[in-house]
Ligand binder design. Sequence first.
Ligand code: ATP
Length: 586
Amino acid sequence: MRYAVIAEAYEKIEATTKRLEMTDLLVNLLKNTPKEIINKVVYLTQGKIYPDFVNLEIGVAEKLAIKALARASGRKESEIEEDVKKTGDIGETAQNFITNKKQVTFFQQPLTVQRVYEILDKMARTSGSGAVDLKMALLAGLLADATPKEAKYIMRTVTGNLRLGIADMTVLDALAIAYGGGKENRGYLERAYNVSSDLGRVAKVVAEKGLEGVKKFEISVGEPIRAMLCERLSSPEEILEKLGGKCIAEYKYDGERIQAHKKSDEVTLFSRRLENISSQYPDAVELLKKYVNAKDSILEAECVAIDPDTGEMRPFQELMHRRRKYGIEKAMEEYPVSLFMFDALYVDGKDLTLEPCPIRRQALEKIIGESERVQIAKCIIADNVKELEMFFLEAIEEGCEGLVCKSMAKDSVYQAGARGWLWIKYKRDYKSEMTDTVDLVVVGAFHGRGRRAGTYGALLLAAYNPEKDVFETVTKCGTGFTDEDLAKLPKMLQKHKIAHKHSRVQSIIEADVWFEPVVVIEILGAEITLSPVHVCAIDVIRKGSGLAIRFPRFTRNYRLDKGAEDATTVEEIVGMYRSQLKKIVE
Ligand code: ATP
């Protein structure tokens, strides 16, 4: 197939803004395309040479493109640069310069789609030293054989500027019309696309095997399935009603969504946007290799930053440190992650996407060998409002955003690529941001693990309630302590150690070690939330809940100048919560 056919079609497509016309033009192009290269034509039409999840880009910078054009046209780079300034489009400039080229190529070979594709592929795969020169030479070679119109589109493609405005759905429409028996069958193609994220493969299957082939379209480990998303409701009553009175309520972890594809010993991770992010999380890859007891599988998880010393969840923002090309080893050490698995889409040859949610969850439970770093999303089966509300508060307390409530109905399939009512998120804002530090009393401690074995992993801290003259726990803090602090703390607290919880300390949490309320330390938290486990200001804001400080960090300020009764009061914490609350609660 001549590349000129494509260029011709592009020109027409570009000239229209009407979707129907665009679809017709595309149908024409696809019908005129030999079936064995239809996938390539589909990628090219979208300005790509592979589906998005393949981490390969042609990536030609404008400067390099200008050099190649100079070589192919025999004109000076400066002339070309001038023209690009005028046209603002390297494609148009290429068309002009190839039309008026000084250098005539004697053995000009007409360009075929196959050749253009092969050269672009070579360019995308070139790396290392000499890559720039080689890319330039390859591009110049193509341009030398191109007609002016072809040059325009080649140039736009290599520089990432081919913006024909053809949406994925338009391509599916066109494929349905050209090979799938009509537009009314688009749904089948759409599903194939949603479970493969690969328009090229869908095109090939429908062109070669027709609609029947598409109906039998198989999930392939390594091709990301487009994510299922949630709707949102703001009360447990509405949620239960919508889900038929009963649901699986899972913690909504606050991290990065990961779709893990495991093929024997090879694990690939895809982001919510279907990018391959395996290199950001080598530790997650290893964890999955170790704890997934299936040969081949596609599983979904939320990847959450955890505190290396306490194992507690950290805010989502800490995962930013993983978005880097270099120094990932160090980032892995400083910002470790845990995986909370929440769905199984494929296990050992079985496509589970059309199975109901409870079956998928069972499949997940069967193959996950739980460890501290790989867990199945915590859940309950809830059928009453009170239970759901308590579980929500518990989730918030543990550092989650809220809950994802999932339908248990027969039709609760995995709706790839869709936002629907089968999953409903519940994340009412019970959070209020903290800007001020607080001074809290150390009332208990927890033994450390790992690097902190032999010392304390976290301290249980309380605010003072002068009315009742008691200390009410408000947070557990394990962050911000240096090695020096860790050595000093047990010594400092030793003389206040007691065998039981102190009579003036109010706590539901069981500490490993209890202290007399004497030592005061300064803490900066990220936010104050309602909490079912801390008793600070219990029942004040909401019946049955207290307030907790989330993501607390020791400022390294020991308030030796303060007695326990000088610590921040419960009333002050209530005031901070109220004044900073983003949304008024009920
Ligand atoms: P949000 O900002 O609320 O995360 P969103 O648009 O990113 O919104 P939603 O559909 O609203 O996505 O929420 C679903 C997201 O919640 C998922 O993409 C996933 O990353 C995350 N999540 C955390 N825990 C779970 C869970 N148990 N089940 C499903 N998704 C979960």
